[in-house]
Design a protein around this ligand. Sequence first.
Ligand code: NDP
Length: 294
Amino acid sequence: MSKIISGKEIAQDLRNKLKKEISELKNKTGKVPGLAVVQVGNVAASSVYVKAKTKSAIEVGIEVIDHHLPEETTEAELLKIVGNLNNQNNVNGILVQLPLPKHINEQLVLDSIHPDKDADGFHPLNVGKLSIASHNDENLLIPCTPYGCLIMLKGLGVNLSGKNAIVIGRSNIVGKPMAQLLLKESCTVTIAHSRTKNIEEICKNADIVVAAVGRPKMVKGDWIKKGAIIIDVGINRITIEVEGEIKNKLVGDVDFDEASKNSSAITPVPGGVGPMTIACLLRNTTIAFKNKNR
Ligand code: NDP
């Protein structure tokens, strides 16, 4: 029987620890970490994420500086706002919610965030530091989703060293940094993507499977080696028919029911990686605050 890894519970533990730490930092410095949350436009999913991130941040004692800008905001205007936040003393972390409207160059905006305030860990300097650092340094600002995955893996108490890991997906925000983190844990890492041949065969040899693809239930039960650990990053909305009614359902990139028959541990969707991503954003903001107030 596969263990279900509850991201919800692990994220709650992390938030409790952060809340305590922030209260201690407040007593010591008279200040609390500040997170600027910038949203441009009204993409429904973005609004849901921003709301969840804001709520969690306030709960642990982080001050949220909210910038909800209209869809028509120009690239120059947005860059100016980010520039001001870079210079604002009460702002330790800056989060620009993606996707941005098509007329704005996302990478340009992400690159304009001061690396010390890079709450998402996407700035090229932080990406470089993650790649160079020989171990997972406590002061690094690391992309939230893959770091959340790593915390869940480590929480299992399994020795990761020497394990075969496959990361399916090579995006800058999940796949690539996930591979870096696993490499630092001395896993032997394969990164698979849309051009990879025989993913199924590579997967069958993996002790750890991280799926970050965005394709509902792509990873099948018979791709999974007996005893493998599965981290399912995917969030896919599908429609199903229940008693003649069409309903929406969230599913991962892994066929949970089938894969959990072979795995030793697996994350559910929802309630797995999602909550960890938000908790790690709060962690990064707190680290940025500590780095500044050392
Ligand atoms: P991207 O679309 O940026 O990347 C998807 C990756 O999957 C690409 O590298 C692509 O390959 C690869 N891919 C696509 N089709 C296949 C295929 N048939 N076989 C193998 N690889 C394939 O997605 P993200 O990394 O941003 O997100 C991935 C998933 O994770 C999504 O479902 C997203 O919603 C979810 N997500 C969840 C988060 C959470 O907090 N739980 C946070 C972030 C993302 P190629 O590069 O060749 O195109």
